[in-house]
Design a protein around this ligand. Structure first.
Ligand SMILES: [Zn+2]
Ligand SMILES: [Zn+2]
Ligand SMILES: [Zn+2]
Length: 144
């Protein structure tokens, strides 16, 4: 099982043209193992090799730039990172059609497939940059 996830991580890194390093494989593995988004602190405590925080951070930036993961800024100021499941995410561009669900009980954040088809009638001269919709509730392990 573990081997399997490692293989998937290696494959993903190769498909994005990223050089294989132990840290990159381990970080990507954490994302593949976890169904929820991870913060820098989460990664730090999950990783056995305990790399420097700046190393983790730099790896995350390179993952974002190659369309592997995306940043999720939460209202309380925490930044989390989620795996991009959209095939359209690539070098320097992200095209998402999903929303973020935050569990009220454990605070975990999940990427949820959904289309935010809002009818937004912007006044003349306005320009739309981003729409943010927040969904909260209880995740599977908290609601059972
Ligand atoms: Zn993306
Ligand atoms: Zn929960
Ligand atoms: Zn997401």
């Amino acid at each position: 099982m573990i081997k399997n996830i490692e293989n998937r991580a290696v494959k993903l890194l190769k498909s994005k043209g990223l050089r294989l390093t132990g840290t990159r494989i381990e970080i990507l593995q954490s994302f593949l193992e976890c169904s929820c988004a991870l913060s820098l602190r989460d990664l730090n405590s999950r990783m056995e090799s305990k790399p420097e925080r700046t190393t983790i951070y730099r790896t995350l930036i390179s993952f974002i730039n190659s369309g592997l993961i995306h940043e999720i800024a939460e209202e309380n100021g925490t930044v989390k990172y989620g795996l991009c499941r959209e095939k359209s995410c690539g070098k320097g561009e992200h095209h998402h059609n999903h929303l973020h669900f935050k569990c009220d009980k454990c605070g975990s954040t999940f990427c949820i497939e959904a289309s935010a088809d809002l009818n937004i009638n912007l006044p003349k001269g306005f320009h739309l940059n981003a729409v943010s919709v927040s969904i909260t509730g209880e995740c599977e392990s908290c609601s059972t």
